[in-house]
Design a protein around this ligand. Structure first.
Ligand SMILES: NC(=O)c1ccc[n+]([C@@H]2O[C@H](COP(=O)([O-])OP(=O)(O)OC[C@H]3O[C@@H](n4cnc5c(N)ncnc54)[C@H](O)[C@@H]3O)[C@@H](O)[C@H]2O)c1
Length: 384
């Protein structure tokens, strides 16, 4: 990706651009270091540049398997310290996270709870608090609430993040990734979606809108009922897997689709994970069950001893950040989420969020301000 394209993405983040203009003057992060552990791709570059414009020294590393080299180059050229290189090796990634914490950031911007987890192993005094982007990170950090003792605002739990990114944008980008990685049709195909949370809801809807027959497999009976009343098939797991052309996991939970499920699958099935961690599909064990051939960037085919061919996208890593030219979620959805990030970090830096706010949702006043700004600046209507 060219620097021009990265600039174009950054300039398309209209909320962040406006916040950056304001931060140029207000300098909420003057004298502070912000440590980040989030996917390094052009939209996050827009966020990190905005924080830098607010006076922060930014020290960043990526997440497993999603760091884009051109973005790293772009950020380094602008004085943002990027630790490490793209990696899918968990051991290397852990060392990179330690590298961020070695800068003793006063604020952490986390994605999956990794940075806070490392901080908890060796706490230091100057931490003021920070943000956590995801469901998976929130669940991890909630178990250590008593040990954290600083405000941690969970961007995922903002209603704006839930509907704008998780439902609309993840649904759209997982669908786009299926098309990009496989070039296969969806009409009449049987698609199984594991999980009917805020992301699964969008994934299921996008495939249905593309004329697929979608089955939802959901552990929570209330959400399973919701999927049923939304018109999705919610029948038996084994029957659904046996008929599936495409299987998408998006639960946040480990061990959703196992090598032990292989005898059920029909030849040609495509397996994709959209959950944060690559532990939802047992990709390595599935690929070890037969002969593996590359099926193009981001797609591998395992031919089982009985001749069935099963295709695995992105080795089970988040499919919408895998493969050739990964786009991730739409610019507008990330602009909204990152405006929430910027405003939450600003509130913590200014001491406007108390130490009792440990692993809590974005304050309502910030949600309201960001929603109004989007309606005004992007949609072009008054906020009401
Ligand atoms: N790919 C992306 O761009 C992207 C963006 C946002 C979030 N995420 C990730 O997607 C995952 C899901 O996020 P969410 O916001 O939808 O979470 P959520 O908690 O709203 O929904 C998850 C759903 O999965 C269900 N579930 C759990 N275990 C299950 C099982 N064994 N079988 C069937 N269903 C099961 C839960 O009951 C729940 O309804 C998380 O890992 C999150 O971090 C990915």
């Amino acid at each position: 990706m060219s620097a021009e394209r990265i600039e174009w993405v950054i300039s398309s983040c209209r909320l962040l651009a406006q916040i950056g203009d304001e931060f140029d003057d207000s300098q909420p992060f003057a004298g502070l270091t912000i440590g980040t552990g989030i996917h390094l791709e052009p939209k996050t570059a827009a966020l990190l540049v905005t924080l830098q414009r607010g006076g922060a020294r930014v020290v960043a590393t990526g997440n497993l398997n999603s760091t884009q080299p051109a973005t790293v180059e772009y950020l380094r050229a602008r004085g943002i310290g990027v630790i490490g290189e793209p990696t899918s090796d968990p051991v290397v990634h852990e060392a990179d996270l330690e590298g961020v914490l070695a800068a003793r950031p006063q604020l952490l911007l986390d994605n999956g709870g990794d940075l806070f987890w490392h901080y908890l192993a060796a706490p230091y005094e100057v931490l003021l608090g920070g943000t956590e982007e995801t469901t998976s990170g929130r669940d991890r950090l909630t178990t250590r609430r008593g040990d954290l003792g600083v405000p941690v605002l969970v961007i995922n739990d903002s209603p704006i993040k839930q509907f704008a990114e998780n439902t609309h944008a993840v649904g759209q980008s997982v669908f786009e990734s299926y098309m990009r990685l496989t070039n296969r049709s969806t009409q009449g195909k049987r698609v199984v979606v594991f999980g009917y949370g805020s992301c699964g809801r969008g994934v299921a809807a996008n495939f249905r809108n593309a004329y697929a027959q979608v089955t939802v497999l959901e552990a929570d009976p209330v959400k399973r009922l919701e999927a049923c009343l939304d018109g999705f098939d919610v029948s038996d797991r084994d029957d659904a897997l046996a008929a599936a052309d495409v299987i998408v996991t998006v639960t946040g939970a480990p061990g959703i689709l196992l090598a032990a499920d292989l005898p059920l699958l029909r030849t040609g099935a495509i397996l994709m994970n959209a959950g944060h961690f690559p532990h939802e599909i047992e990709a390595d064990a599935i690929l070890a069950a037969g002969r593996v051939d590359a099926a193009g960037p981001g797609l591998e085919t395992v031919t089982l001893p009985d001749g069935r061919r099963i295709h695995v996208a992105g080795r089970g890593h988040m499919v919408n950040l895998s493969g050739p030219s990964p786009l991730g979620n739409s610019i507008e959805s990330m602009d909204l989420g990152f405006a929430l990030q910027s405003r939450c970090l600003e509130a913590i830096a200014r001491g406007q969020v108390g130490g009792e706010s440990v692993v809590v949702p974005v304050p309502k006043a910030i949600d309201d301000a960001v929603a109004s700004a989007y309606l005004r600046q992007v949609v072009g209507v008054a906020a009401g």
